[in-house]
Design a protein around this ligand. Structure first.
Ligand code: 1HE
Length: 258
């Protein structure tokens, strides 16, 4: 597949790549529809996926040229469409790992926040210039970015237009892995391959139950945790994996360098 978004299947993982470097991978209506198709393809044909951007930047966010033409109601529908597509990433059927470099800005940061693991290069920078553009986040940043870095940090970014370096963003938990220039894609693939080796039902529980439990009362959260624990452990795959451990066919857990 080649176009605004590429989607390639490599063994158990899918590599989805923004392919609009001349516009810094800004997300237009056509891009969001191409992303939706790629996410669908990856979710059907792979066990985990990587999201990356071609060129010098991951993604410059919403296509502002297109947005300038939208009426109020069109802007609502546009935002709701983004929510739908990003939700199939955030609470879908497979884990997503994003490989970040250069600009990770506005809607690009909202998209990165919808993925489950973020890897960023030293050259990545992060901003939410919505306030400067006279708009607001519309790609689920309020529910996706705030829990990562805290509402106070998100407010600071939005009110002041502050552009954060990778080091600063790493310190406030914007992403989990900080790597050198040109290394994000390889690291993201390695992490996606690791996630792809898990039982699919465990991955489903991790990406669907864990975030929902954060929205529940402690009592309801613990109840759902017990249900998920029982459902996953009684699956034939879990039984096999537990037996593998008991019969010493699994690797020992050892610490690995980031
Ligand atoms: C764009 C966009 C875009 C670049 N929409 N066309 N996002 C922003 O406010 C970020 C705006 N972009 C930038 O600040 C810079 O472009 C970058 C720092 C990302 C990259 O700089 P640079 O020097 O590599 O590229 P450039 O020369 O600024 O841009 C190259 C071309 O991409 C140029 O078009 P050209 O026809 O003049 O060549 C730019 O106009 C175009 N371009 N970014 C449209 N975003 C669901 S709500 C989400 C709300 C948001 O995302 S708000 C944040 C929007």
């Amino acid at each position: 597949m080649s176009g605004l978004i590429d989607c390639e299947i490599e063994g158990d993982i899918a590599i989805i790549t923004f392919n609009r470097p001349e516009k810094r991978n800004a997300i237009s209506d056509s891009v969001i529809e191409a992303l939706a198709a790629a996410v669908e393809n990856a979710s059907t044909n792979a066990k985990a996926a990587v999201l990356a951007g071609r060129g010098k930047h991951f993604c410059a966010g919403l296509d502002l040229a297109e947005h300038a033409q939208r009426t109020q109601i069109e802007a609502i529908h546009n935002s709701r469409r983004w929510h739908g597509v990003f939700d199939t990433i955030r609470r879908g059927s497979i884990p997503f790992v994003s490989a970040l470099h250069g600009a990770v800005v506005g809607g690009g940061l909202e998209l990165a926040a919808a993925t489950h693991i973020r890897v960023a290069e030293q050259n990545a920078f992060f901003a939410l210039p919505e306030g400067q553009r006279g708009i607001f986040v519309g790609g689920s940043g309020s529910v996706g970015i705030a829990p990562l870095i805290g509402t106070a940090n998100m407010m600071d970014m939005m009110l002041t237009g502050r552009v954060m370096t990778a080091e600063e963003a790493y310190r406030i938990n914007m992403f989990q892995y900080l790597v050198g220039e040109g290394e994000a894609l390889a690291k993201a693939k390695e992490l996606a391959q690791a996630a792809a080796r898990n039982a699919p039902l465990s991955n489903f529980a991790i990406i669907n139950a864990l975030p929902r439990i954060q929205d529940m009362s402690q009592s309801d959260g613990l109840f759902v945790e017990s249900l998920m624990s029982s459902i996953t452990s009684s699956s034939p795959e879990a039984q096999q994996r537990l037996q593998d451990f008991l019969e010493k066919r699994t690797e020992k857990l050892t610490p690995t360098k980031q």
